[in-house]
Design a protein around this ligand. Sequence first.
Ligand code: SAM
Length: 238
Amino acid sequence: MKQQIPIWETQNEEKGLAVHGLFSRIAKNYDLANRILSFNRDKKWRELAVSKLNLKPGDRALDICCGTGDFFIPLRKAIDTDGELVGLDFCQPMLDQASAKDETSKLVLGDACNLPFEDGYFHGVTVGWGMRNVPDIQRAHNEAFRVLGPEGMFVSIDCAEPKSQIVRSFTGIGRTALTGILGRSLKSKDDYRYLNESSKRFKTRQELVQIMQAAGFTDVNYQDLMFGNICIHWGTKP
Ligand SMILES: C[S@@+](CC[C@H](N)C(=O)[O-])C[C@H]1O[C@@H](n2cnc3c(N)ncnc32)[C@H](O)[C@@H]1O
């Protein structure tokens, strides 16, 4: 059935359903699209994000909105074979892609806004390009905070709007063109347009800092990448 309003304008429960449908449709091509849209930089960005967590061998790590599991490689490197690695996503077709990549991690079908884990269990929590998609961003951060133990660290990487107007205009044209070409080539025009539109509508750097602080995180910090088109936020549970 045709969507009544564009996916990027949906809210709450309707957003959850629309986003779930979208990732189910694009799961098989997700990795290819990621490599193209990031100019093959996304793996390096995940490595940098994981380095913010100060994880040690034997630690327990959770990747929320894990999708096809590309955070598992740097996370496994940080916690080593003794560590426990869990990936959570609400979309089975994305998890199916993840299970083909890593047999040592545990995959959980679940909701980022209602994590099925006990309080304080993890030493580190990651989320990559996930918070933009959840229906209740504050609740998802509260949940990440809840499942971390004392001194546990959280990191989130996502798209951002460049601060400079010139860079913003230039990269905006590039992003629209690239997602348009991908959408047409992969016969999923609105799905790839969502990736661009949801980035434009996402929280600002400072709003994300406030959301993290409201969840309880301290020492909240952020770092821009790719001329401000990507931003990593991280913080600590005191
Ligand atoms: C853009 S992909 C990111 C995948 C992966 N983290 C990465 O680094 O490439 C967003 C993922 O978030 C998942 N997702 C969106 N809303 C969710 C929710 N409420 N609970 C769990 N997963 C969710 C989607 O199914 C999708 O796999």
